[in-house]
Design a protein around this ligand. Sequence first.
Ligand code: CU
Length: 273
Amino acid sequence: MVASLILAPSALAGFITPKSGGSSNANQIDTLYKIILYVAAFVFVVVEGALAYSVIKFRARKARVAAQIHGNTPLEIGWTVAAALVLVVLTVVTFVKLPSIINPPNSTASGPYLSASLNVPTPPNGKKLTICVQGRQFVWRYTYGAGCVNNAFSSKLPYSYQEMYAPANTTVVLAIQSTDVIHSWWVPSLGGKVDAVPGYTTYTWFKAPRAGPLYHGQCAQLCGRSHAAMTALVKILSPDEFSSWLSRQQQTIQSANKQVTQLRQILTASGNL
Ligand SMILES: [Cu+2]
């Protein structure tokens, strides 16, 4: 019963293999992982099987003297070449798969997200949405829009904390930074795990195939006492829903700022500030 549960592929999915489904790079990482896992499992079974067979079949018995064999050239060449071939195949497969993991694909959504850059990963058609991810003890902050790395405050870009909103079918490039210690951005279903390092900007991307899902993530670098509380959520919306969410968010921030300004004026006037 337990064995059949363990052997069922669905029970294994996401347990000993990477999560996937939220973005094509996550799927490619998952596929590559499985290819290597299955090849390694096959080698393990063959080697351990031969070992177990030999240990049992040729075990010490009374009044029996074991044949002393020294060296077997064909066998030794055989397992050296076989091991080398396995490595060559895995290397080739890995390098064939790598571009689809590293390079962002084209956006399919016709959003107004066009931004060019020299050092940021950019899909071939140039259409992408840039979101800055800023780690700090102990929360993630997301700033939306091109220029979020340098001009987030002067451009008054909309932002949110902890829960990121992103459009489906759009290549979303994340520029990842930290304001204090090293954090690590990791939403398993969306692919790459990337460190947020103070003083540097690192990058990853995702392209969600459909609107609706809510993906869970967790800071993957021990960053202090409340590291465990540093979770992340990514909600995928349709491009239209995303646009209206973004303008709503901008209005909410503006009116909150207005209230703070008013409160400050009242407190200053009454001598309480
Ligand atoms: Cu952290």
